[in-house]
Design a protein around this ligand. Structure first.
Ligand SMILES: [Zn+2]
Ligand SMILES: [Zn+2]
Length: 437
C-alpha cells in the first residue's frame, strides 16, 4: 500500500529530523542541518507561543510570486465521469512576470479557479489540448462567469485544428457561441459588455514544437498527441529558463519524449490501473484494457516516459485519487520510474524556481465572491442591445421582451423605486428608475 509507505516515510523523516536537531543542539552547532533538504526544513523553525511559523499549506492570495518563480496550481485532475472531489483537467500556470495561463479547462474546474480569487482579467488566456469535455467542458463557465466576475476584455483561446475543419477548435468555439446565443441575448444591456467576446487562435495540430504564443518573454509551443482521433496536442511553456510541459491526453508518443525532455515540471496523463477500471468504473475487461492502455497512458507507461525525459518533477494526473486506487497507480509507476513524482490531486501547488520545486496542497475558500477588478468596469451602453442584434443577425425586438411577456410582469414598482432612491441618496447621483426613462 502506498498510503502506508507514505506514512512510513513521513514518520521516519520526522524521526531523523528530530535526531539531527538534538544532535546539532548537543554539539552546540547552529545553522544548516547536514541532512538533505528533501528530508525536512534545513533550519528548525523558531517555536514560541506567539510567533507565526512558515505554513506548509498554500493559502491563495497570501504569498507574493517572486520575479523568477513559476507557480502551478492543479484546478482539475480528474475524469469525464464527474465527481465533487476532483474536477476534470485544468492546470493554472502563474509566472513571476505577471502572466497567467490556463492549460485545459475541464468540467468543474471553473469553481476551482474561482477559489483562487485571481482577478479575471489575468485569467484571459486558455490553451486547450483537445476537445474532450474533461479538457474543455468548463470553457463556457469561465467565459460567462469570468465576464460577470470582472473580466472586461475578450477571453483568448488557443486550440488545435482537426483532420477536417468540423473537428477543430474554431468550429467548437463557434458552436459554443451558438449554444450561448440565448444566454448572451438575455444578458446584453445589463453589465459591462466587453468580456462577452472570444478571441480564438486555432493552430495546426500537426505542428511539431511549433511556437503558438510568444509574448512578454513567454514562449508556448505545441506538438501532436496520440489520443482518440487526430487533433489532440500537448504543450510546452518556456520562460526564464524554466520549462513546463503538459500532455493533455495522449498515448505515450515520440513528440512528448523529444520535446518534454529536461522539463522542470512535466505533467502527463496517467490513467487508472486496469483492474480498477473494471472494479470501479464497471467497464468490461476488454474495454478496460483498451481504454486503460491504448487510448490513455497506463501508469507503467507513464513511468517509462518519465524515465526517458527525466524532469525535475513528474506529475501524474487523470485518475481518481482515492485511498484504494492510489497505491495501484503509484506502484505501477514505480516499476518503471524512480525519479521525483507528484500524484496530482485538485489544489496541488508547485512552486518552481531554478533551485527548488516545492509541492504543497492549497487550502481554499468555497464561499468566494468576485475578486477585485484589475481595471474598472463600465456600465452597459444604451445601444448594446441594438449592436448585439445587428452583429448576430437578429431582429432587434427579440433582444428584450415581447409585449406578451412584458405584460406578464407584476407591478412591484412601489417597493423597487425606493431602492433606486436609496442608491441616488447614498451615492450622490441620480439613478433613474427604468419605467421613468
Ligand atoms: Zn481525452
Ligand atoms: Zn481526459
Amino acid at each position: 500500500m502506498v498510503i502506508s509507505k507514505k506514512f512510513a516515510l513521513i514518520s521516519s523523516s520526522a524521526f531523523l529530523v528530530l535526531a539531527v536537531y538534538s544532535w546539532a543542539n548537543s554539539d552546540g552547532r547552529e545553522g544548516r542541518s547536514p541532512i538533505s533538504s528533501s528530508f525536512a526544513a534545513e533550519q528548525p523553525p523558531e517555536v514560541t507561543p506567539t510567533l507565526a511559523r512558515e505554513r506548509e499549506t498554500y493559502y491563495p492570495n497570501s504569498e507574493d510570486l517572486n520575479p523568477d518563480e513559476m507557480r502551478v496550481v492543479a484546478c482539475g485532475t480528474g475524469m469525464p465521469t464527474t465527481r465533487a472531489a476532483q474536477a476534470a483537467a485544468c492546470f493554472l500556470v502563474e509566472l513571476g512576470n505577471g502572466d497567467k495561463f490556463l492549460f485545459d479547462i475541464g468540467s468543474g474546474s471553473a469553481e476551482r479557479i474561482s477559489s483562487l480569487q485571481i482577478p479575471y482579467n489575468y485569467l484571459d488566456k486558455v490553451f486547450i489540448g483537445h476537445l474532450h469535455t474533461d479538457h474543455f467542458g468548463a470553457i463556457h463557465d469561465l467565459f460567462i462567469g469570468g465576464a460577470l466576475m470582472g473580466r472586461n476584455r475578450p477571453l483568448r483561446i488557443w486550440g488545435p485544428s482537426g483532420a477536417v475543419p468540423e473537428l477543430g477548435t474554431a468550429h467548437a468555439m463557434d458552436g459554443m457561441m451558438q449554444m450561448l446565443l440565448w444566454d448572451l441575448a438575455a444578458r446584453v444591456g445589463a453589465t459591462d459588455p466587453r468580456g462577452y467576446q472570444i478571441d480564438v487562435h486555432e493552430f495546426d495540430y500537426k505542428g511539431e514544437n511549433q511556437v503558438i504564443y510568444e509574448e512578454n518573454g513567454v514562449v508556448i509551443r505545441s506538438f501532436p498527441a496520440v489520443h482518440g482521433v487526430d487533433g489532440a496536442v500537448s504543450f510546452g511553456l518556456e520562460w526564464n529558463d524554466l520549462k513546463f510541459v503538459f500532455s493533455s491526453d495522449t498515448y505515450p508518443n515520440k513528440w512528448f519524449v523529444e520535446y518534454a525532455k529536461d522539463a522542470d515540471l512535466a505533467i502527463h496523463e496517467c490513467f487508472i490501473a486496469v483492474p480498477d477500471i473494471v472494479n470501479k468504473m464497471r467497464f468490461t475487461p476488454e474495454s478496460a484494457l483498451y481504454v486503460g492502455t491504448q487510448i490513455h497512458t497506463a501508469p507503467e507507461a507513464f513511468g517509462k516516459v518519465m524515465s526517458e525525459i527525466k524532469p525535475r518533477m513528474a506529475v501524474a494526473y487523470h485518475f481518481f485519487k482515492d485511498f484504494d486506487t492510489t497505491a495501484e497507480v503509484h506502484d505501477r509507476i514505480r516499476k518503471t520510474y524512480d525519479g521525483p513524482l507528484s500524484l496530482a490531486e485538485d489544489f496541488m501547488v508547485w512552486n518552481v524556481t531554478k533551485d527548488d520545486i516545492r509541492v504543497r496542497l492549497a487550502v481554499t475558500e468555497e464561499n468566494t465572491w468576485s475578486p477585485p477588478l484589475s481595471e474598472p468596469a463600465i456600465p452597459p451602453g444604451k445601444n448594446d442591445r441594438e449592436t448585439f442584434a445587428k452583429n448576430q443577425g437578429l431582429p432587434v425586438e427579440v433582444v428584450g421582451y415581447s409585449d406578451f411577456i412584458a405584460g406578464g410582469a407584476w407591478n412591484v414598482d412601489d417597493v423597487l423605486r425606493p431602492v433606486y432612491k436609496e442608491a441616488s441618496e447614498v451615492l450622490g447621483r441620480e439613478f433613474t428608475y427604468p419605467a421613468d426613462q
